[in-house]
Design a protein around this ligand. Structure first.
Ligand code: NI
Length: 260
C-alpha cells in the first residue's frame, strides 16, 4: 500500500529537531509521495529545497492569505515575483497554498486584499500551466466565485471544510477535494457526509502536518506517517478496502500534480 500525503508543511519549526529523520523514513512506512506547499517566499523556497533533497517529495509555491497580513503591498508584489521564479523548478507541481481566510480577517479592505493576491496567483498558475491548492477558511462563497473565474486552472480545495451541498458546486467546476485527519474527529459528521457524496476519483488525502493530527494522536505534532488514518475513514465511509482507497487517492494525486 502506497499513500500520497498531498499537503504537509515540513518547513514548520516543529520539524527542526528531526526533519530529515521523518522525511527520509516515509517511503519505508508506506508513504511513497509527499507534496510540501509554501505559504510565502521563504517557506516556498524551503519546500523546493526538500523536493531537491528527496525523490519522494514534491513542492508547491505560493502566498497564503494569512501570510500577507502586515506585509506591505510592495513586499507582497516582490514576493509574488520570487514565487514565480521558484515555480519554474521542475519539482514544483502547483501554486499553493493560496486562497482566502476570513476566520481572523474581518476587515472588508483586508479581505479584498486577500482576494487580489489570490487572483494574482490564479493568473500566475494559468500562465505557467500549473494547478492550484486552495485554502478556504470561512470564505466558501468568495472562493467559489474566484474559482469560477479561472475555469482552465485545475484546483484542489485542501482540508475541505464545507458542506456536502457546497461540495456539489465544486464538483461541477471540476475541482478536487482533499481531506485531513479532521475526518477522524468525533464532530466530523459534516465531512463524512461530503465524503459520501464525492466520487472517489475526486478525492485526495493529506495530513496538513504539523497541524490537524488525527485520532488517536489528536493534539500531537502531525506527520505524513499518520496519513493512513484519513484513508481508513474514507474506506469505511465508501465501503471499500483501504488498499483500494490508497491506490485510487495516490493515482488521483499523481494525475492532479502531474507526477509520473
Ligand atoms: Ni496547509
Amino acid at each position: 500500500m502506497i499513500l500520497f500525503d498531498t499537503h504537509a508543511h515540513y518547513d514548520d519549526e516543529r520539524f527542526d529537531a528531526d526533519r530529515d529523520a521523518v522525511l527520509s523514513s516515509l517511503p519505508e512506512h508506506g508513504v511513497g509521495l509527499v507534496l510540501n506547499p509554501g505559504c510565502d517566499p521563504e517557506t516556498s523556497c524551503r519546500a523546493v529545497s526538500y523536493a531537491e533533497t528527496y525523490d519522494h517529495v514534491y513542492a508547491a509555491v505560493g502566498y497564503h492569505p494569512e501570510n500577507i497580513e502586515g506585509i506591505s503591498d510592495e513586499a507582497v508584489e516582490a514576493g509574488l515575483k520570487e514565487i514565480e521564479v521558484l515555480a519554474a523548478h521542475p519539482k514544483v507541481r502547483a501554486i499553493g497554498e493560496i486562497g482566502l481566510d476570513y476566520y481572523w480577517c474581518k476587515e472588508p479592505a483586508e479581505r479584498k486584499r486577500q482576494q487580489e493576491v489570490f487572483r494574482a496567483q490564479m493568473r500566475m498558475a494559468g500562465r505557467l500551466g500549473l494547478p492550484v491548492i486552495i485554502h478556504d477558511r470561512e470564505a466558501h462563497l468568495d472562493c467559489l466565485t474566484i474559482a469560477e473565474q479561472y475555469p482552465n486552472v485545475p484546483k484542489v480545495f485542501h482540508c475541505y471544510s464545507g458542506s456536502a451541498e457546497f461540495a456539489k458546486q465544486l464538483l461541477a467546476l471540476d475541482c478536487m477535494l482533499s481531506f485531513t485527519g479532521v475526518v477522524t474527529f468525533k464532530n466530523a459528521k459534516k465531512a463524512l457526509e461530503a465524503i459520501r457524496l464525492i466520487p472517489i476519483e475526486r478525492l485526495m488525502i493529506e495530513t496538513d502536518s504539523p497541524y490537524m493530527a488525527p485520532e488517536p494522536y489528536r493534539g500531537k505534532r502531525n506527520s505524513s506517517l499518520y496519513v493512513h488514518r484519513v484513508a481508513e475513514v474514507i474506506a469505511e465511509v465508501k465501503g471499500l478496502p483501504v488498499e483500494e482507497v490508497a491506490r485510487i487517492t495516490t493515482e488521483n494525486g499523481k494525475k492532479f500534480f502531474n507526477i509520473p
